[in-house]
Structures are given as structure tokens and as C-alpha cells.
Write a protein that binds this ligand. Structure first.
Ligand code: ADP
Length: 486
């Protein structure tokens, strides 16, 4: 018998997305479906979510009379191929701003309650709160869902459900002051090393990592990096203790949504055989960003503009990039200083540098289809998805040698070029000189068009779908449940 899975997460594509987490949570269920594994997805009823599901969300399958300050309902529906449980708790989720921050850019001050509530609702569903639904596995994604395995571990009813926590980014841990502990409904025993206690405060992710039956993260290299003091961000000791219960499974992408042969968001669709057609997308991108039409390469960024992503370094290199004869297109938002630096660079070079501050799913597709290379100088990158989209769209990824970037891109060094396996450019240190050297190397490769096109085609042929990784999740679920008698 294949186990059935309840996935708990704070985002899910195509309904609510702030980053890669949503893409993964939204794409994995269909891929697991092909493995014979049924997944239902619990997510919060943010206003955006409700707007999209509104009239379809009629079936209340559970009422929780008191959930962190108010009555809450779980709605069940199927939409866009996903089986959804939506946690309708207006006192927690029906408000302006994003999933985690206010319109003013501050964290919602009750985030601890909002995501303890999501986790609690997940635990209740996993424990059989709905008569007809008994999942075998609760799969919690990131800190926002990580208390679910803790509630289950400390539950008086000892439900037979197994739990998995996936770390999408260890930098976000859900750490709160001690005062939160009496309010999250855990027994006193949970105030311990085995529970949520974390350097004198409450650690949602820390608790989940301890309580879960298995922990995964989103690439093999990141799974190694988080065991080190630099990558472990305080949790390396705990993670080392998980031993072989910590696995790195690289993310895939939804190859239906991201397909240059059938993408409705790009100017002209193309295949590896019709790469010349791709030029129409470069022209469209130039027009979109007010750049002059020419054949010099366009380097691009689609990213949060943050320190993690190395965007401070890149923003400092704009003049040199133009001096090297390249152009730059940036779609992103984040750190105000970095946004300002890119704006200033655009003001200095309006025909060579195009900036769009903000979030635009449409532009992110247009960039992948029209730019020549995608720059990803991350200081750490658990998996990264944009390099996978880039490979699929014949946009050469230029990446730092960290996490999933190192696992998914093959550097065009001499050996890889000779063997005909290179798909991108990799550099080792996120600092001005090495990043600029990597850009200069990229431009040299671009000048050799037969080599460049061979790399584009190889990238487009690379397997970036979910099948292999979904099979690994399926294997993990089966392994966890093999000893549980029905
Ligand atoms: P992270 O989750 O750390 O932000 P990933 O590379 O894993 O990084 O995923 C980022 C996702 O968010 C990708 O789907 C990327 O296309 C998208 N994205 C990031 N910034 C923007 C933006 N400004 N506009 C549109 N999509 C964006």
C-alpha cells in the first residue's frame, strides 16, 4: 500500500508564492501522484488565496472552535490539480500585507501564533480530526509548519502518523522569545532540548527537526553544508545528530509551467532545434526594459535582492559589466540599499541596464526566454530554482559553487568542454573580483557561438523535472511507514 501524505506549508503555487518554497509545494503533489502517492495540501486562507478559491471553497470539513484567538474552519476543495485543505482563520490570515510581513514591510507581530495555528491544524488533521481522512505521513515544509511534528510527538493520543520536515532555507528558523511558549499549547515537557527550547527561546524549526521522523533538505550539497558551523546557522549539532535520517533531495521544476516550447507568457516559443527563434524574445526583453536593440549579451537576474543572493556584490559591479560590453536586466525586490544601487546604475546606463523592482511572474518567464545568461552569485543556496528554469530556457546559468547550484550546473572548464558536458559557469567566491572574472569568462564563451549554442542545447536537454526526486520522496515515505501496521 502506498502511504498517503498531508503536506503542510505556508505557500503553494499557483495560489500564493513569495519564493521557491511555493513552486516546490505546488509541483511535488502531481509528481508524487505519478508514484502512486496521494498528497493533500494544508495552506492558510490569506486574502489572495480566498480571492482565487472563493466560490469553490464551500465544503467545511472541520471546525476548530478556538485556534489562537478565534474560531477557524478547514475548507476542502480541488483546484488546479491540487487537493487543498485551506485553513480559514480570519483573525490570523485575513489581513493586508504578505504571508509573513505587513504592508509596511515588518514581520506580522503574531507570526508565532499564525504559524503555530497552521501547524496545529495540520497535527489535528493528521490525528484523524476528520472521520474520513487518515494520512500516513505529515510532511511539514520550513519553520512555518515545523511545529506540526512537535504537536504530534507530544500528543496524548500518540497518533501513528509519521512526520517529515523539509528545510528549504535554514536561514529562516522561526525563533521567538520564551513568552510565546505558554501560549502555543504544548505540554511542559516540550520546554526541553528534545522539544522547542532553543537558546532560551522557542525555536519552531528546531523543535520540528528534533521531533520529525525524518528530515530532508533540497540538495545533497546543502545537506552537507548545514552540518558545518558556517552553513548550520546554530543547528549543525542537532542536524549532525540526525545522522542518516537527514537526506538531500534536489528540487525539480514544473516542466509544464516552465516550457519554452509552450509558454504563453513569452513573445515566441522555441525548442533546442529552433534556437534562432529565441532571438525574438531577446528583442522583446530589450523593448520591455527600454534597452537598445543589438547583439551584445544580456545578463539577467530574477531574485530576491538580498545578501544571501549576493546581490550587494552584483549591484557594485554594474559599471564594470557595461564596460565589458554586456547589458544587465534585473527583476527583483528586497533590500532597499541594493534596490537603490541598481536604480542608480540604471540612471547611469539607461540603455544598458534595465531594472524592475517588484515581483512579476510574467517578467520572470520573459527574462528566462530572452536573456543570454542568468547570474546567481548566492552566498548560500539550498537548491535554487532559477538556474533550473534557465537551463530549460537556454539561458546559461552563471552561479556560485554552493548548495543546489553546485549540484545542478556543470562548469564550462576545460575538462567539461572537452567532454561536451558543460552547461554553465561556476565560480567559487562571492566577491567582486571572482564574480567579475566569471562574467568575463561568460562573455568569452558567448563570443564562441558554436560552443555557446552547444551549451544552451545541453542545458535544455538536462533533466530538471520532478520524476527522479519525487521517486526519492516516495521511497522515503514508504521506508518510514513500512513497519506501521494498518
Ligand atoms: P528563494 O526561494 O530563495 O527566493 P529560489 O531560486 O529557490 O529562491 O526560488 C525563487 C523563485 O521565486 C523562482 O520561482 C523565481 O523565479 C521567483 N522569483 C524571485 N524573485 C522574483 C521576482 N521579483 N519576480 C518574479 N519571480 C521571482
Amino acid at each position: 500500500m502506498n502511504p498517503s501524505v498531508l503536506s503542510v506549508a505556508s505557500e503553494i503555487y499557483p495560489f500564493i508564492k513569495t519564493g521557491g518554497l511555493a513552486d516546490v509545494v505546488g509541483a511535488l503533489p502531481a509528481a508524487l501522484g505519478h508514484q502512486g502517492i496521494a498528497v493533500r495540501n494544508l495552506v492558510p486562507a490569506y486574502p489572495d488565496m480566498m480571492r482565487q478559491i472563493g466560490k469553490d471553497a464551500t465544503e467545511r470539513v472541520l471546525t476548530i472552535p478556538e485556534l489562537f484567538g478565534g474560531v477557524s474552519h478547514v475548507l476542502a476543495l480541488r483546484k488546479d490539480g491540487l487537493d487543498l485543505f485551506v485553513l480559514d482563520a480570519p483573525h490570523l490570515f485575513d489581513r493586508p500585507g504578505g504571508p509573513y510581513i505587513t504592508s509596511g514591510g515588518q514581520d506580522h507581530e503574531d507570526n508565532w501564533a499564525r504559524f503555530a495555528a497552521l501547524s496545529k491544524a495540520g497535527a489535528l488533521l493528521a490525528e484523524g480530526a476528520i472521520e474520513s481522512y487518515r494520512p500516513d505521513i505529515l510532511h511539514a515544509h520550513d519553520w512555518q509548519a515545523a511545529l506540526a511534528p512537535v504537536y504530534i510527538r507530544f500528543s496524548a493520543s500518540h497518533p501513528p502518523v509519521k512526520t517529515v520536515v523539509t528545510i528549504h532555507n535554514l536561514a529562516f528558523q522561526g525563533s521567538f522569545p520564551f513568552e510565546v511558549f505558554p501560549k502555543i499549547g504544548l505540554p511542559d515537557a516540550a520546554w526541553s532540548i528534545e522539544g522547542v527550547e532553543y537558546y532560551g527561546g522557542v525555536g519552531f524549526l528546531k523543535g520540528g527537526l528534533h521531533a520529525a521522523d525524518a528530515v530532508t533538505t533540497v540538495s545533497p550539497t546543502y545537506a552537507d553544508e548545514i552540518l558545518t558551523p558556517e552553513g548550520g546557522m546554530g543547528l549543525e549539532g542537532l542536524l549532525r545528530g540526525r545522522g542518516d535520517r537527514l537526506t538531500g533531495i534536489v528540487n525539480g521544476i514544473d516542466t509544464d509551467v516552465w516550457s519554452p516550447t509552450a509558454d504563453p507568457l513569452i513573445a515566441k516559443t522555441y525548442t533546442a532545434k529552433t534556437l534562432k527563434t529565441r532571438r525574438a524574445n531577446k528583442r522583446a526583453l530589450e523593448a520591455e526594459f527600454g534597452l537598445l536593440h543589438d547583439d551584445t549579451p544580456i545578463l539577467a537576474v530574477v531574485s530576491r535582492l538580498t545578501w544571501q543572493k549576493g546581490m550587494d556584490v552584483l549591484a557594485s559591479l554594474c559599471d564594470q559589466i557595461v564596460a565589458l560590453g554586456a547589458r544587465l536586466v534585473v527583476v527583483g525586490s528586497g533590500d532597499r540599499m541594493i534596490e537603490g544601487a541598481f536604480h542608480a546604475a540604471h540612471a547611469r546606463h539607461p540603455s544598458q541596464i534595465g531594472i524592475r523592482i517588484g515581483y512579476s511572474e510574467v517578467l520572470s518567464h520573459k527574462v528566462q526566454a530572452g536573456a543570454d545568461a542568468l547570474l546567481i552569485p548566492s552566498r548560500f543556496e539550498p537548491c535554487g530554482l532559477t538556474q533550473l528554469y534557465a537551463l530549460r530556457y537556454g539561458c546559461i546559468p552563471v552561479v556560485s559553487r554552493v548548495g543546489g547550484l553546485a549540484d545542478t550546473v556543470i562548469d564550462a572548464n576545460f575538462a567539461a568542454r572537452s567532454a561536451g558536458v558543460a552547461t554553465g559557469v561556476i565560480f567559487s567566491e562571492v566577491a567582486a573580483r571572482p564574480v567579475l572574472d566569471a562574467i568575463a569568462k561568460t562573455l568569452r564563451l558567448y563570443a564562441d557561438q558554436p560552443l555557446w549554442q552547444a551549451m544552451q542545447k545541453r542545458g535544455m536537454a538536462t533533466d530538471v523535472g520532478w520524476a527522479t526526486s519525487a521517486a526519492r520522496y516516495a521511497e522515503l515515505y514508504r521506508d518510514l511507514t513500512k513497519d506501521v501496521t494498518p
